[in-house]
Design a protein around this ligand. Structure first.
Ligand SMILES: Nc1nc2c(ncn2[C@@H]2O[C@H](COP(=O)(O)OP(=O)(O)OP(=O)(O)O)[C@@H](O)[C@H]2O)c(=O)[nH]1
Ligand SMILES: [Mg+2]
Length: 599
């Protein structure tokens, strides 16, 4: 299942599982059952690719559900190595979007059979025929072969479990989709003469058996308890013994004695196995090539919490613990990288995008970590002796009246318009190519300008020569000038001149950012000031009534908001913005040194 984010992949898998009897009788079934991680359920998106399997008659269909968000593209690339065909979902109203292009291109490169599913045909704003045309255009744009372009089309309402071949005749159930899958998807191709080999494409772990390798068997049969050749990432080959062997049926893993070509299996017993390695025939091992995924485009630093409030809320505070956790992440997450920095308690983590790195940080804080996170920066690359920076293709849908302000916003960010289309319904679609760096923090401005109505999707496009300085943040920061507790009195005095991030009772320290200045420069204020009056009780309860609620800063928003000289303090309970240099005098000195060479 591949698609742009939210086009209905996981919901479609629900429907297939349901109708193929994938759920046990009287099992409690939740919506989007494959989104089983806490964070996936909270955010309503898929983060990790996961596999399931359904049976239709005597045919077993292994299904891999993939994430649609561009930041998790590495998961999709890896999932594509496990399948013979893809179902490309396209929302009947939104049509193909940037991530549709990315996943389709990857599937075409692997020459996988493609089935188009136009989903959500029940939407009142569905424009089915146009969306199909746009999809054909996308195929041609990607230089599809004649064979690839003759894809079958199924129309669905995944949420109601209905599929049809004729968009004017609503379907009853998923039968036609099952039929198309069975008719069109080739049975797993394999060579009966080829010695056994299986490709490790994912990892899992269990408290009982330790590390579990998830593999696809390409040729031959793999057996429980047998000794195989373990072809390692470093090129060496060692003997290894298969512990437990299981396959997937519905949502369960079932232990089996052996598994053959096309099966997606889980194997325990090889504690050090990693993604991309091959399990092969002992007598004639033939390793797969390494799994390669696209390069990271963004990096940020993750280090120990160095704020004056460090150590109060978390249980994992040391550099050692952070390094161990990052190393653990590297094993299972093919699209991130971790590098040392000049500081012994800080690492540079590279990934595909802000959301991907924010999810990692979110997981760490839930595990009890306290961290300091640096500003996300795009990764540059030298091409022909010149520094190049990444660009993103961005697709925007906005009501007509906001087109002016959005084009201005993107103009300031050196965006180039590629296309503008009016789909009717009063909405306009804009396609831009923009330096990736200009998009950090863009979403917030964009939503403000479009009164929260605009939709925005972007993904990596290519490299262009460095575009010079970009001014992307019009507002300065407001910092606390001392350690203390925020008072209602000071809040009242300041709230009209700035948007505050915290309210009375919050702990602050010198150099901690407490709000956004209405003006462009930074400012230090005393947010702990108390009133000199004596009748404090009545006064302060009065005050409380007139207080504007603080602007809540989520982790993602914090990462988008901070300037070069700022960072984010993350603890299990709080996300605080701060200056890298906390002391006001030191900051002034740094600013002076920075200005001097240019003047
Ligand atoms: N109207 C309508 N909504 C649908 C249909 N199918 C799915 N949805 C809704 O679309 C939203 C996204 O569905 P998901 O199944 O999570 O989409 P996804 O493609 O798995 O999303 P990611 O994994 O995050 O990329 C949910 O709110 C679904 O209820 C449909 O056929 N019609
Ligand atoms: Mg999903």
């Amino acid at each position: 299942m591949i698609a742009h984010v939210d086009h209905g992949k996981t919901t479609l898998v629900d429907a297939l599982l349901q109708q193929a009897g994938g759920f046990r009788e009287n099992a409690v079934v939740v919506d989007r059952v494959m989104d089983s991680m806490d964070l996936e359920r909270e955010k309503g998106i898929t983060i990790l690719a996961k596999n399931t399997a359904v049976r239709r008659g005597d045919i077993k269909i292994n299904i891999v559900d993939t994430p649609g968000h561009a930041d998790f593209g590495g998961e999709v690339e890896r999932a594509l190595t496990m399948v013979d065909a893809v179902v490309l979902l396209v929302d009947a109203s939104e049509g193909p979007l940037p991530q549709t292009r990315f996943v389709l291109r990857k599937a075409m490169e692997l020459e996988l059979k493609i089935i188009l599913v136009v989903n959500k045909i029940d939407r009142p704003d569905a424009r089915i025929a146009e969306v199909v045309d746009e999809t054909y255009e996308l195929f041609m744009d990607l230089d599809a072969t004649e064979e690839q372009i003759e894809f079958p089309i199924v129309y669905t309402v995944a949420r109601e479990g209905k599929a049809t071949l004729d968009p004017n005749e609503p379907g009853e159930n998923m039968d036609v989709l099952f039929k198309v899958l069975i008719d069109e998807v080739p049975a797993p191709l394999h060579d009966p003469e080829h010695p056994m080999r299986a490709w490790v494409t994912n990892l899992d772990s269990s408290p009982y058996v330790g590390r579990i390798a998830i593999c696809r068997v390409e040729h031959g049969t793999i057996r429980k308890g047998s000794t195989i050749a373990w072809c390692k990432a470093d090129g060496t080959i060692a003997n290894a013994k298969i512990g437990q062997l299981s396959i997937t049926e519905g949502l369960e893993r079932v232990d089996v004695e052996e598994a053959g070509p096309g099966e997606i299996i889980t194997v325990s017993g090889i504690e050090e196995v990693t993604i991309g390695e091959t399990l092969a025939d002992l007598a004639d091992p033939r390793p797969f090539p390494a799994i390669t995924v696209d390069e990271p485009t963004l990096s940020m630093t993750i280090g120990a919490n160095s704020s004056p409030l460090a150590g109060k809320e978390g249980s994992k505070l040391t550099a050692r613990q952070i390094k161990d956790r990052l190393d653990k992440e590297l094993v299972g997450n093919v699209s991130i990288r971790v590098n040392d920095t000049a500081r012994p308690d800080t690492w540079e983590v590279q990934g595909r995008g802000e959301l991907q790195l924010a999810i990692l940080i979110e997981q760490m804080r839930r595990e009890g970590f306290e961290l300091t996170i640096g500003k996300p920066v795009v990764l540059t690359k030298e091409i022909d002796g010149k520094v190049h920076e990444p660009t993103e293709r961005i697709t925007i849908d906005v009501p007509e009246e906001h087109v002016g302000s959005v084009t201005q916003l993107l103009g300031e960010r050196k965006g180039k318009m590629e296309n503008m289309a009016n789909h009717g319904h009063g909405w306009v679609r804009l396609d831009y190519v923009v330096p990736a760096r200009a998009l950090i923090g863009f979403r917030t401005h964009f939503l403000t300008e479009t009164r929260g109505t605009g939709m925005l999707h972007h993904m990596f496009e290519g490299w262009i020569p460095w575009q010079g300085e970009l001014r992307t943040r019009p507002n300065g920061s407001v910092m606390a000038d001392r350690k203390g507790v925020v008072t209602p009195h000071a809040t009242l005095l300041l709230q009209d001149r700035m948007a505050l991030y915290i309210g009375p009772g919050a702990e602050v320290y010198e150099g901690m950012i407490i709000g956004e200045n209405a003006r462009s420069e930074d400012m230090d204020v005393n947010i702990c000031r108390t009133k000199e009056l004596n009748n404090i009780r009545t006064q302060s309860s009065d005050d409380t009534v007139r207080l504007t609620p603080p602007r809540i800063i989520s982790l993602e928003l914090a990462l988008e908001t901070i300037a070069d000289d700022e960072c984010v303090e993350v603890t299990p309970e709080n996300v605080r913005l701060r200056k890298v240099a906390l002391n006001a005098g030191e900051r002034a000195r740094l600013l002076k040194n920075k200005k001097r060479p240019r003047e």
